[in-house]
Structure formats: structure tokens, C-alpha cells
Design a protein around this ligand. Structure first.
Ligand code: VG1
Ligand code: CO
Length: 543
């Protein structure tokens, strides 16, 4: 077979964001755009000759042609083997599990997660290293540099291979093995959770509803929940992955997972509801008429971890992203283990997990995970909750209320202003930074500013430094307001405002979080001039 060297010109701005390179499909379809980036990935790696590469994606539009291109470039660059999910499909946590299980050199994940799919939607590509996790910044920086100077790439000239059939084929000297997308992942889940207890739960009058949002988790959830655990057929809704996610926005939150929310807040709501995002790494958990915030979910999983066989010996530590509420910190204190605070994005958890400093990790953005893989894992969190529900035999709401009674409640909300003008968003952040010098000590009603912080992070393991990771304002009563610009959007800028208040008083626990946070919401606008800079009088998404 023919290995060709193709002359190419670099594209500007192929800079990976929070979670890899995300752009419109039409951008990726430009001649050599994908090829350049893939070659830039390989150019930034050493010693992969003869090694294994894992490839899979969330099934969105362009997943299949991109997989074919990557296979041909990987073969031309000297990889010895490629493991590809059937039809090009692997959820992000499944890809991570497979990289680890088969000791692959790394993996390429094709996903833009929650961003809309289809020919007019978004596409994304991300490189994961041998621990199964997203490449750390030093690798993504190197990829970016190579992408800016690239002048040629290598590719094998060969017809596309059949990705629909399991089995082995060959591209030049590289063996391609098409593998079952679900099997290895399902097996791992069986090792971590008490499947026989959960089976008993589903054998009782317990019902759940899982919304796969027409994205990648459909086949995983059907196999594990309906086939292996005996949940009623139909438990998984929107379970067939579609290239455009049925026109939806597979973001598991109260706004976008409206089908599920309608069911869980309706008269015939089952006891448990859950949804997952485009690439299967995030989750939303609901009880009857009840929403569990992701920050609380992390804290509750940590507090109940020993109920699941995979965590029966306890946790080494917990890690959460900076904007995630401090609910997990209270649990860590009680367990006398460390709680780490990292910048947003799963890549920052990798070193902590590898060094066994943390066992559970979580983000406020509906992402929870553990040392079993190096990505956040949506279905894992759902199974963890099922395991806890099966052992404790209480409702979701009762479990959360008991948790609040013991640890206090971190009332929490995130307000997103999507698709705002980039220049104005940057000006807002800059202006905020300048006000920091005279905000400290200032009093706003009951709130006195204790600290202002342009959040930076020094990795405790490799001591690498990441700066400008969000503007944090802390008040004397422990409340926080955080401002951050999204690194995953593809249109304009998205301003995220995170609000948190600690409420130890159980009598106030029934209160709605938006009401509880009303003062802080006002204060956020007063301090940062949100309305003024964005021209919006309310957020586009509230979670
Ligand atoms: C968002 C979330 C972040 C998450 C990232 C990737 O990033 O806030 O917590 O890690 O998405 O999630 P940003 O930069 O837009 O705030 V996903 O499901 O892509 O894989
Ligand atoms: Co995702």
C-alpha cells in the first residue's frame, strides 16, 4: 500500500480548548484541516512506532469519515495497531477504559460533547495519553505549536475499511481491530458496583428513566440497565445514537434534558431519573420531583462510597474543579482526607488520580468520575447512585436531605450567558480583574469581600502552572461568586457565573436555590456589570 506525503499549509487558531479542538463541522471539512491536526498530534509524540492507538467518537455527523482519515494517517505514521469502536463509536469513558485495559499508547476521541451535531453543528477531536486521560497542557500546547508550522502530512492511499463488522483488517503495516463498543466498559462497571443488589432493586417496584438524548450512551445504557440489570425495557429513552442527536442539544441539565424533566416532575414519575451528554461523560441525576446538583452528587457519592464494592476500602482523596461547590470539602473533612481544587477541565485530575492522591473527582458541570478511568463518566455515576439506592432503600430526596442535615447545604447555581459578543465578554473579565485591587474588604449589604482571586493552579505532582482559570470572589460567610469564560463554545463567548452560599440551617433547606441566591445574583451583576457588558437581562441557561 502506498504511503503518501502530502504538502499542506497550516491553519491559524487550531488551539485546543477545555476539552480538545472544537469547531463547526464545516470548518473541519476544509481540505487538510483534520489531516493537519491529526498529523500535528503525532508530530508532538515520540516513540509510538508499533504501538496501539484507540479511536472512537460520540457518533455525531463526520465521526465516520474522520475515523477513516485518522486510521490512514496513523498507519502512515507507524502505529502498529488501532482499536476502533464498531461504527466508529466509543463513549469518552469507554475510550479511556479501553486505552488503559489494552495498554495503548494513546487514543483519539471524536466528540464535541454537548455541542449540537449535524452538518451545521459542531465536531471535535481530542488526544488522550496512555493513562486514558485527556492530554495535559504541555502536550496540547505542543500539538498547537506543530499545527501552526505544519507543512506536510503522511497518509496511506487506500479505500475505506468496513467499520460495521467486528474483526481485524490491515492498513499498510497497521492492524485495525474493530471492537465491540460496550463490552469492555460494561465489564468494568460490573467489577465496581453490586450488580446483584441493583438487580434486586429493579425486581421490586423500583422504576427509573434514563434519557440518552439520542447520543452515545444509548447502547451502553440499554446493555447495562435493561439487559444486565433487568430494568424494564423502555427504561432507556432516546436510546439510538443519531448523527444530529435528533436536533437536540445533548446537555444533561434542567433546560436541555426537558423530556426527562417533564417525566420526573410529572404525576407518574419513577423513583429515579438520569440523563447523559453527547459523549457519555456527564450525568444528571433526579429523584421524584427533585433535582440533585452535580456538586451535591459528588459529595453524596463520596460520603456513601464504601457502599459500592469498588470503593469499599474508602477514598484516598477527593478533587473538584474550583467553581464546583464546597459540598465535597465538608465530606473530605469528615473523612479526614484531602480535597483538591483544580481548574475546570478533566485533564487537571489525571495526575492526582495517577498518584493516588484522589479517588473521586467532580465538576459542577454534571461531571463525576473516579480512578477507574481518567475521564468523567456519566453512566458510572448513575450506577453508583443505583448502588446507593439499592443499599439504603431510601428516596433520592431523603438521601440528599439527610446529607444536608449532616454536612450543611451548599446552595449552588450556575448562570450561563451563551453566545455573547467575544470582545464584550473579554472586556467584562478585564474590568473585573481591575476592580479586584479595591474590592477586598468592601461591604455589600450582608456580604463582605474576603478575597479576590484570578485563579491559578500549581499541579501538586508535576508542578506545572496554569493561570487565568477564572475570577473568584470569596465573602466572609463562605459564599463565592466566580466568573469564567467557557473554553468549549464555538460561537462567540459564553460567560459562566457560578454562585454558592453555605447554609447550615436545616429549616431553610426546602428553599429554592434561585431564591436563596437572589442577593448574590444581584451582587454578581453589580460587581461585574453583566447586563451592561453582555446586553442581556437574564442568563440563557440556569442550572
Ligand atoms: C465545560 C464545563 C467543564 C467541562 C467541559 C468539558 O467547559 O464547564 O466543566 O469539563 O465543558 O465537558 P467550559 O470551558 O465550556 O466551561 V464535556 O462533557 O466536553 O466533555
Ligand atoms: Co461530554
Amino acid at each position: 500500500m502506498d504511503i503518501k506525503t502530502i504538502t499542506t499549509t497550516a491553519f491559524t487558531g487550531q488551539k485546543p480548548g477545555t476539552s480538545g479542538l472544537r469547531k463547526k463541522v464545516t470548518v473541519f471539512q476544509q481540505q487538510n484541516y483534520l489531516e493537519n491536526f491529526v498529523q500535528a498530534i503525532f508530530d508532538s509524540l515520540n516513540d509510538f512506532q508499533g504501538q496501539t492507538l484507540v479511536i472512537g467518537g460520540d457518533g455525531r455527523y463526520y465521526n465516520k469519515p474522520a475515523t477513516q482519515t485518522i486510521l490512514k494517517i496513523a498507519a502512515a505514521n507507524g502505529f502498529g495497531k488501532a482499536l476502533v469502536g464498531q461504527n466508529g463509536i466509543l463513549s469518552t469513558p469507554a475510550a479511556s477504559a479501553i486505552i488503559r485495559k489494552y495498554q495503548a499508547f494513546g487514543g483519539i476521541i471524536l466528540s464535541a460533547s454537548h455541542n449540537p451535531g449535524g452538518p451545521q453543528g459542531d465536531f471535535g477531536i481530542k488526544y488522550n495519553i496512555s493513562n486514558g486521560g485527556p492530554a495535559p497542557e504541555k502536550v496540547t500546547d505542543a500539538i498547537y505549536e506543530h499545527s501552526q508550522t505544519i507543512s506536510e502530512y503522511k497518509i496511506v492511499a487506500t479505500p475505506d475499511i468496513d467499520l460495521s463488522q467486528l474483526g481485524k483488517t490491515q492498513i499498510a503495516t497497521m492492524q485495525v481491530e474493530v471492537i465491540d463498543s460496550v463490552a469492555d466498559y460494561a465489564k468494568l462497571m460490573e467489577e465496581l458496583f453490586d450488580f446483584s443488589m441493583i438487580k434486586k432493586l429493579f425486581n421490586s417496584d423500583f422504576k427509573m428513566c434514563f434519557d440518552a438524548m439520542h447520543a452515545v450512551t444509548g447502547p451502553y445504557a440499554k446493555d447495562i440497565l435493561e439487559q444486565k440489570l433487568g430494568a424494564a425495557i423502555g427504561t432507556v429513552m432516546n436510546g439510538i445514537p443519531l448523527e444530529d442527536f435528533g436536533g437536540g442539544h445533548p446537555d444533561p441539565n434542567l433546560t436541555y434534558a426537558h423530556d426527562l424533566v417533564t417525566i420526573m416532575y410529572g404525576n407518574a414519575a419513577p423513583q429515579f431519573g438520569a440523563a447523559s451528554d453527547g459523549d457519555g461523560d456527564r450525568n444528571m441525576v433526579l429523584g421524584q420531583n427533585f433535582f440533585v446538583t452535580p456538586s451535591d452528587s459528588l459529595a453524596i457519592l463520596a460520603a456513601n462510597a464504601t457502599l459500592a464494592p469498588g470503593y469499599k476500602d474508602g477514598l484516598a482523596g477527593i478533587a473538584r474543579s474550583m467553581p464546583t461547590s464546597e459540598a465535597a470539602d465538608h465530606v473530605a473533612d469528615a473523612l479526614k482526607i484531602d480535597c483538591y481544587e483544580t481548574p475546570t477541565g478533566w485533564k487537571f485530575f489525571g495526575n492526582l488520580l495517577d498518584a493516588n492522591l484522589a479517588t473521586l473527582c467532580g465538576e459542577e458541570s454534571f461531571g463525576t468520575g473516579s480512578s477507574h478511568v481518567r475521564e468523567k463518566d456519566g453512566l458510572w455515576a448513575v450506577l453508583f447512585w443505583l448502588n446507593i439506592l439499592a443499599v439504603r432503600k431510601q428516596s433520592v430526596k431523603d438521601i440528599v436531605y439527610e446529607h444536608w442535615a449532616k454536612y450543611g447545604r451548599n446552595v449552588y447555581s450556575r448562570h450561563d450567558y451563551e453566545g455573547v459578543d467575544s470582545k464584550s465578554a473579554n472586556e467584562l473579565m478585564e474590568n473585573l480583574y481591575h476592580t479586584f485591587s479595591h474590592l477586598k474588604g468592601k461591604q455589600f449589604g450582608n456580604y463582605i469581600v474576603e478575597f479576590c482571586d484570578d485563579f491559578g493552579y500549581i499541579d501538586p505532582v508535576d508542578h506545572s502552572i496554569s493561570q487565568n482559570q477564572g475570577m473568584q470572589i470569596g465573602f466572609q460567610d463562605g459564599s463565592r461568586i466566580i466568573f469564567r469564560l467557557s473554553g468549549t463554545g464555538t460561537e462567540g463567548a459564553t460567560l459562566r457565573v457560578y454562585l454558592e452560599k453555605y447554609e447550615p440551617d436545616i429549616a431553610k433547606h426546602h428553599l429554592d436555590s434561585q431564591e436563596e441566591l437572589a442577593d448574590l445574583i444581584k451582587l454578581a451583576d453589580e460587581i461585574a456589570g453583566i447586563k451592561n457588558y453582555t446586553g442581556r437581562d437574564k442568563p440563557s441557561v440556569i442550572t
